[in-house]
Each structure stands twice: as structure tokens, then as C-alpha cells.
Write a protein that binds this ligand. Structure first.
Ligand SMILES: Nc1ncnc2c1ncn2[C@@H]1O[C@H](COP(=O)(O)OP(=O)(O)O)[C@@H](O)[C@H]1O
Ligand SMILES: CC(=O)N[C@@H](CCC(=O)OP(=O)(O)O)C(=O)O
Length: 300
């Protein structure tokens, strides 16, 4: 006869134990989480996001948050009567618009995320890519229909210095990074797409995972005609698909490709509208969204 006694709260212990293999696997690993402006509109979701990130920190992972704020920037530009225009998926950024981008990202969105995270303890430290030379960029001139175009103060990342972020992580903090770069060419700053910044940081930090939270379920196979999500694809498969992608998915998937081609083990695009999507992704089998993995050896 068994002498095992079962406490009524045993199911709770079972849930915790189910997470043990994932806790073991991810312990000490760096996870870069990109929180998009579109996933940032709901108060409950923002609070759940902050809980998840702090949970990761307590579980022994090293989370780094990179945030966007496209809709928030557009709203402020509108308020100030400045035009908001995108070319090749990037905001045309005049010097006046750059002031607004910097004010909204570093002064508003980043402050709000830092505040939410710090409701759980003294963890979050906000910074922009300007700080300690974290992100350096030069002027980006995208090609549209074969022609190089000038879209103002939009930066192309040339260098990443991970020193400040590593120091914060080693100190048990959670860096919260706004996607603004210092300039390689002059004393000014550049506006960088937040997906691109997150991917570049993930690669430079040798992160295990890049997780991009957005406002759709993942990468749709035949957007906008169907909502069939591609659940897993290799770098080579993604590379072939890139020319067919449009709008906001372009920098996200280019970023995922860059990350897995530069040492990141998995890059995932997940639905930021699902509460606790980060925990579901890291600690359970019920991962959601699209996962990009490096090519198997010998494959390209
Ligand atoms: N193949 C695709 N699958 C999913 N979404 C796509 C696809 N192609 C374009 N999109 C668009 O990309 C958007 C996400 O990008 P974006 O608006 O930049 O979000 P975020 O603010 O999260 O960075 C989706 O809401 C959708 O409208
Ligand atoms: C050059 C460029 O387009 N920069 C973006 C930076 C913010 C961002 O990327 O925000 P989301 O992640 O919410 O889209 C912009 O100005 O909107």
C-alpha cells in the first residue's frame, strides 16, 4: 500500500514541475523581447507583459526588452501637425520628426514600460541605443524600384556595443532599450526600426531567443487572403519568402533571419494580444506563432 499523501494543492505543484525542463534549458540564457507599438495598446496586456518579463528574470533568464512605438509616434506627429509617411516600411524622418520620435520613444513609451516592470522590484533600467555607444548607425538609403531614396534621419546599424547591456544583466537588471542610434557620421541621432534594432542586439548579445511580439498570430502564409500561420520555418525557407512579404512583416522577418544566421538559436514572432504569450512560449509546449530556426548543417 502506498504511503504517498496528496495535498489538495498538488495540481499547482504539478504545473510548476511541468516547467522544470524548460527552466533547466533556458537558465542563464539571454532572451531579447521586442514589444511592438501595436501590441502595447491594452492596459491589461501591458501589465501581463511586465509580469512575464519579471518572471523570466526570477526564473534565471536574462531578458532584454526592445520596444517600438510606431502608432504612438504617428499620433504625436499628427497632434503637432507634422506629416507621417512611410517608405519601404520605414518612417520618413525629418529633423523635426526625429525630435518627436526620440521624445515619444525615450520619454514616453520607454518610461511607461520601465514603470510597469519596476512595480515588481528595482529591475528595469531604460536606455536608448545612444547610451554607451550601444547602437551606432549611418544614414540608410533604401532602394525603391531600383532607385536609392532619401528618407531623412533613418539609420542603418553599423555597430553594436553590448557592454552597457551586459553590465546591467550581470547586475540583475532588465535593460529596456529604445530604438534610437547614435550617428557614425555626425553628432545627431538616427531613427531605427525597433524590430531591426532588437534583432541586431539579439545577435550581438549571443541571445538564445529573439521574441517579437506583434498584433497578429504570426507570419501568415498568404496574407491578407488567409490567416493560416506558418508555425516553423528554416532560415533558407524564410529567405525565399522575404521578397513576397509586405509592410510591417518585412523588418520583423528580416530581423529573424539576421538573428538566426548570426548565432541566435530561435527567432519567434508571437501574438502580443494573447495574455502571457511570453510565458506560454518559453515554458510550455503550447508555443504559438511562427518560429524561425537556423538551417540544418549542410542546408542553405
Ligand atoms: N504575411 C504576413 N503575416 C502577418 N502579418 C502581416 C503579413 N504581411 C504584412 N503583415 C502586417 O504586418 C503587421 C505587423 O507589423 P507592424 O504593424 O509593424 O507591427 P508592430 O507594431 O508590432 O511592429 C500586421 O498587423 C499585418 O498587418
Ligand atoms: C525607421 C522607423 O520606421 N522607425 C520606427 C521606430 C518605432 C517602431 O519600430 O515601432 P513599432 O515596432 O511599433 O513599429 C518608427 O518611426 O515608427
Amino acid at each position: 500500500m502506498s504511503t504517498t499523501r496528496k495535498h489538495t494543492a498538488l495540481p499547482k505543484a504539478q504545473i510548476l514541475i511541468e516547467a522544470l525542463p524548460w527552466l533547466t534549458r533556458h537558465h542563464g540564457k539571454t532572451v531579447v523581447i521586442k514589444f511592438g507599438g501595436n501590441a502595447m495598446i491594452d492596459e491589461e496586456l501591458k501589465a501581463a507583459f511586465a509580469q512575464d518579463v519579471v518572471f523570466l528574470r526570477h526564473a534565471g533568464l536574462r531578458p532584454v526588452v526592445v520596444h517600438g512605438g510606431g502608432p504612438q509616434i504617428s499620433a504625436q506627429l499628427d497632434k503637432q501637425g507634422l506629416v507621417s509617411e512611410f517608405k519601404a516600411g520605414l518612417r520618413v524622418t525629418t529633423p523635426e520628426a526625429m525630435d518627436v520620435v526620440r521624445m515619444v520613444l525615450a520619454g514616453q513609451v520607454q518610461r511607461e514600460l520601465v514603470g510597469l516592470l519596476n512595480q515588481h522590484g528595482p529591475f528595469a533600467v531604460g536606455m536608448t541605443g545612444e547610451d554607451a555607444h550601444t547602437i551606432t548607425a549611418t544614414k540608410h538609403r533604401p532602394r525603391i524600384e531600383g532607385e536609392l531614396v532619401d528618407i531623412g534621419r533613418v539609420g542603418e546599424i553599423t555597430r553594436i556595443d553590448t557592454g552597457a547591456i551586459e553590465a546591467l544583466l550581470d547586475n540583475g537588471r532588465i535593460p529596456v532599450v529604445s530604438s534610437i542610434a547614435r550617428s557614425e557620421d555626425d553628432g545627431h541621432v538616427y531613427n531605427v526600426n525597433a524590430d531591426t534594432a532588437a534583432a541586431a542586439l539579439a545577435a550581438a548579445l549571443g541571445a538564445e531567443t529573439l521574441m517579437v511580439l506583434t498584433d497578429v498570430e504570426g507570419l501568415y502564409e498568404d496574407w491578407p487572403h488567409s490567416d493560416e500561420v506558418i508555425s516553423r520555418l528554416t532560415a533558407g525557407e524564410l529567405e525565399k519568402l522575404l521578397p513576397e512579404l509586405s509592410s510591417g512583416m518585412v523588418p520583423k522577418m528580416e530581423g529573424c533571419l539576421h538573428a538566426v544566421r548570426n548565432g541566435v538559436t530561435t527567432a519567434r514572432v508571437i501574438d502580443g494580444r494573447v495574455q502571457h504569450s511570453i510565458l506560454l512560449e518559453i515554458f510550455t509546449d503550447e508555443g504559438i506563432g511562427t518560429m524561425v530556426v537556423p538551417d540544418a548543417q549542410g542546408e542553405s
